[in-house]
Design a protein around this ligand. Structure first.
Ligand code: GDP
Ligand code: MG
Length: 362
């Protein structure tokens, strides 16, 4: 069953609140005010000592006014306007593969905080433009740990991306979720180009990672088994058939294909409260049974989309770390498994059954 925006009756307030994710109209306003200056104040401008537009603009090619000119001093906070990413998008995504978008998140006691997106240059590893909640991003200090290598010319090669496959019945919102992962701008109902590269770079815990999403309508082929770092299985909370399909996929992955990688069960369209059929209480035990994490999302209201993106990355990193540790502990018996067995003996099974709705722990 397909649902569009008109069908969403609940949570409109939240919708507008979440719309704050649309880039603030700072630059747009600025441009407006520049254009409207004459009509608002038709009198000739008196000589003033205030600073005029600099001739030596940086980023001239983007034709964005208000960029801080080159100086030897450090900038004071907010003394220049940053170019809007949407102005750069055509430049960097289509023509210049040296530039890429970096999404930045921070884990706080209150949850995930989206620190905005920035455009980075691969060759210099420097920030070209940033846009977010006004917090400065110290991109230079970020470590590109995910297999990023300097080539002979000294420029950074594109890090090998983590591969994430999104599975689930048709119409549950897989493509919409992936589309929203790519940017902090609100993207719901923007037409989805299936050919488009679905890669996103994320800076989390001072570590940069690139994630590639594979949105599969069909079954996993045999040669694709084990080819992914994380498996995301999506169903729609208003459609039992899609939930059943999700459970079948989990069964197939864990018990038939014996895939041991990170898995997340996602109940999408949580905005459809009136037509909800699958309660979280029904989905959580399934997630626990298949050793998965569980989260409900809504792309319409932008609920838990950032949390899911960060959760996927966290799960991948944690699994990789665990694998590394197990390898270090020796092939005969993994020390983690050993201590798990011991804890199970002491405290019983339930103590160890992890909370499936915390995506930031294993
Ligand atoms: P896919 O077949 O799984 O890739 O699903 P799509 O991403 O193409 O989405 C199918 C339909 O569900 C589209 O009409 C979307 O607009 C809609 N949709 C996606 N996510 C949500 C959501 O969170 N809530 C609601 N109400 N509709 C959604
Ligand atoms: Mg699709």
């Amino acid at each position: 069953m397909h649902h569009n925006l008109q069908e969403v009756e609940e949570g409109k307030l939240m919708y507008f609140d979440k719309m704050k994710r649309v880039p603030s109209p700072l630059i747009g306003d600025h441009n407006c005010s520049v254009n409207n200056e004459k009509s608002i104040n038709p009198r000739p401008r008196a000589r003033s000592t205030s600073m005029k537009k600099t001739k030596n603009k940086t980023f001239e090619s983007y034709e964005i006014d208000g960029i801080r000119p080159r100086t030897s001093s450090l900038p004071t906070k907010n003394n220049y306007r940053r170019p809007l990413i949407k102005n750069l998008r055509t430049n960097y995504e289509d023509q210049d593969h040296d530039l890429y978008r970096l999404r930045t998140f921070e884990m706080t006691s209150k949850g995930i905080v989206n620190r905005g997106d920035s455009i980075k240059s691969r060759s210099t590893n420097s920030i070209v433009s940033s846009e977010g909640d006004g917090n400065t991003l110290s991109i230079g200090s970020s470590s590109c740990s995910q297999n990023s290598l300097a080539n002979s010319e000294g420029s950074l090669q594109r890090p090998k991306p983590y591969k994430i496959v999104i599975l689930g019945a048709l119409g549950v919102g897989k493509s919409t979720i992936v589309q929203q992962f790519l940017t902090s701008e609100y993207r719901f109902d923007i037409s989805i180009d299936s050919q488009q590269e679905k890669m996103v770079s994320v800076l989390l815990d001072a570590e940069e990672s690139t994630m590639e999403f594979i949105d599969l309508e069909s079954e996993l082929c045999d040669h694709e088994e084990g080819a992914f770092d994380c498996y995301v299985v999506v169903y729609s909370i208003d459609d039992r058939n899609t939930f059943d399909r999700g459970v079948d996929i989990l069964y197939n992955l864990r018990h038939e294909k014996h895939i041991n990688y990170a898995m997340i069960l996602v109940g999408n369209k949580s905005d459809l409260v009136r037509t909800r059929i699958i309660q979280p209480e029904e989905a959580k035990p399934v997630a626990v049974q298949y050793d998965c994490k569980f989260i409900e999302t809504s792309t319409v209201l932008n609920i838990n989309i950032d949390e899911l993106l960060v959760g996927i990355l966290k799960q991948i990193r944690l699994k990789h770390k665990q694998e590394g540790r197990e390898r270090l502990c020796g092939a005969e018996v993994g020390c983690i498994n050993k201590s798990k067995t011991l804890l199970t003996k002491i405290f019983g099974k339930n103590t160890l059954s992890k909370s499936c709705d915390n995506l930031y722990v294993l």
